[in-house]
Design a protein around this ligand. Structure first.
Ligand code: NAD
Ligand code: WQD
Length: 349
């Protein structure tokens, strides 16, 4: 029998991490998770078990605690690869607490890479973000677009994180392979409706805001500006379904593993390739769920880029990745999951 390859997923209890674990398990990998639960709960892994029938152990530890991290690696010295999701991700909070973001996102990455080095882990996948592009000059944006000044400390942690990974590979090109994934706007939920983005703090991102309004948990959706130079005046984003994103991670890991030449550190855009305005997103939600949303136009949100969407040709070519879900699927699955989550909240209360 072939030996099972084990993948360490940091941030495995979070939104993208837990969905990626489902894809990894379905592809036959073993998975171990590391998450300090600062923005999640181990219930996410219970939901993963419901879907896959597989138990995943979580090490509740903080990446900033180097000795605890090293101890965990000592228990798992031969992992096949690491997918590194664990980070703080609120753009607004990062402006208020920049040092926390640098300490957590940069300090955590550096500690993890020290272990990657010491334990000789070959494959490393890093969660980056389209926020590294800022207001891109040419759309759809390709990976070689020049990066603009970061709009927030959060976005800067992603630009710096990418650079740290590149320097790491330059220093030790023989032993390690790295893939940097720039996500556009991840949204939606597992098609079973059994898991999705855990409702926690009040939502900031558009799709959870829509589901909260549909559930009556907020009075209305405020559209942040309708006077932008776009087709209907609202901002354009590239919403990518969470299971498409999840699959890209398994493909990225396989890509890293098959690289024969030294020094591989490759960056990929992960988006649907389609731009959707805020008003079109609201229309898609109403069309695909049959629920009318209360909404109004409000002022612009400071720091918002006008429009950004991906060219994902490189991921298609080198990873063999292609998004399968569209904006209506995103809205339908997000709605199915949020109803389920609201119901279980009521049952638990
Ligand atoms: P999430 O908050 O749901 O998941 C991140 C997880 O990491 C959480 O469970 C949190 O508890 C954990 N974590 C944070 N700091 C930690 C630390 N120091 N030690 C151990 N665990 C820690 O976020 P997500 O949406 O799943 O995002 C995953 C990654 O993708 C992040 O790096 C994020 O910056 C990046 N990203 C997210 C989006 C998005 O819109 N969701 C877009 C682009 C990039
Ligand atoms: C989407 C669109 C808003 C809420 C953020 C991070 C980015 C990346 C993805 C991590 C925008 C509009 C939103 C609302 C609205 N994350 N909107 N009313 O800002 O594109 O990207 O998440 O890496 O770094 O910045 O996502 O979901 O907040 O907004 O009109 O109540 O919806 O103006 O045009 P954003 P978002």
């Amino acid at each position: 029998m072939k030996e099972q390859k084990t993948v360490l997923v940091t941030g495995g209890c979070g939104y993208i991490g837990s969905h990626t674990i489902i894809d990894l398990l379905e592809k036959g990998y073993g998975v171990v998770s590391l998450d300090n639960l600062s923005n999640s709960s181990e219930k996410a892994l219970e939901r993963v078990k419901k879907i896959t029938g597989r138990e995943v152990k979580n090490y509740k530890l903080d990446l900033r605690d180097f000795s605890a991290l090293r101890q965990m690696f000592a228990e798992w010295p031969h992992v096949h690869g690491i997918i590194h999701f664990a980070a703080l991700k609120s753009v607004g909070e990062s402006v208020q607490k920049p040092l926390l973001y640098y300490e957590n996102n940069i300090g955590g990455l550096v500690n993890l890479l020290r272990c990657v080095r010491e334990f000789g882990v070959k494959n490393f996948v890093f969660s980056s973000s389209c926020s590294v592009y800022g207001n891109a000059k040419k759309l759809p944006v390709t990976e070689d677009a020049p990066l603009q000044e970061a709009e927030s400390p959060y976005a800067r942690t992603k630009q710096m994180g990418e650079d740290i990974c590149r320097d790491f590979i330059r220093a030790w090109p023989q032993k390690h392979r790295c893939v940097l994934l720039r996500y556009f706007n991840p949204a939606g939920a597992h098609p079973s409706g059994l898991t999705g983005e855990a409702p926690g703090k009040e939502a900031e991102n558009l799709v959870p805001v829509l589901t909260e309004a549909a559930l009556g948990l907020r009075e209305e959706v405020v559209v942040f500006g309708d006077d932008y130079p776009t087709r209907d005046g609202s901002c354009i984003r590239d919403y990518i379904h969470i299971m498409d994103l999840a699959e890209a991670h398994s493909l990225a890991l396989a890509f890293a593993d098959r690289q024969k030449s030294a020094g591989t550190c490759e960056v990929f855009n992960l988006g649907s390739g389609k731009g959707t305005t805020v008003l079109e997103a609201i229309a898609a939600f109403e069309r695909s769920t049959g629920v009318d949303l209360p909404w109004r136009i409000g002022p612009r949100r400071p720091g918002d880029v006008i429009a950004v969407y991906a060219n994902y040709d490189k991921a298609a070519r080198l990873l063999g990745w292609k998004p399968r879900y569209g904006i209506d699927d995103i809205m339908r699955t997000a709605w199915a999951w949020s109803q389920m989550a609201a119901q279980s909240d009521t049952l638990e209360a």
